[in-house]
Design a protein around this ligand. Sequence first.
Ligand code: DHK
Length: 177
Amino acid sequence: MSPPQPTATSPRFFVLNGPNLNLLGTREPSVYGHDDLAALDARCHACAERLGMTVECRQSNHEGVLVDWIHEAGRRAAGLVLNAAAYTHTSVALRDALAAVDLPAIEVHLSNIHAREPFRHRSMIAPCTIGTIAGFGPLGYELALTALVERLQATAGAPPAGAPSPRSPSHPNPSDG
Ligand code: DHK
């Protein structure tokens, strides 16, 4: 069975990347890999298309900009993939933004933060997310998008992806309904 094609009413997810991730490809490649941000975004778009969704990918080095984008996701998206990078470990503002919006969110990290320095073991935002995926490089974003689709379908009462006769929620994106 061919995958669903994205349409105007396809679920829209945001993928937000935090500080220093604009330097992917040249930044500590032994930790963060050799793919640059454009390649990561392209991978997310391709994955979204396979899943019958649309995705908006953005990156900022600024905490307040990320806060504004989380608010926007709350109005315009059906789910959020967030790599808050260093702000993961420090930002009450991002945690409060996630708590303020009624949006399923998944925390992603390219590296395995639990195998690194102790200050990376703590996440301020994890309690406000469905879950965390860390240590799988760019694949983690695809895993997160797949998990969000499953969550959306489960919430809408539809069978999980791969099951016969998948249904989409009638108004998948908040601002569309
Ligand atoms: C990215 C960063 O920039 C770090 O500050 C985090 C995260 C880990 C990552 O693995 O994607 O500690």
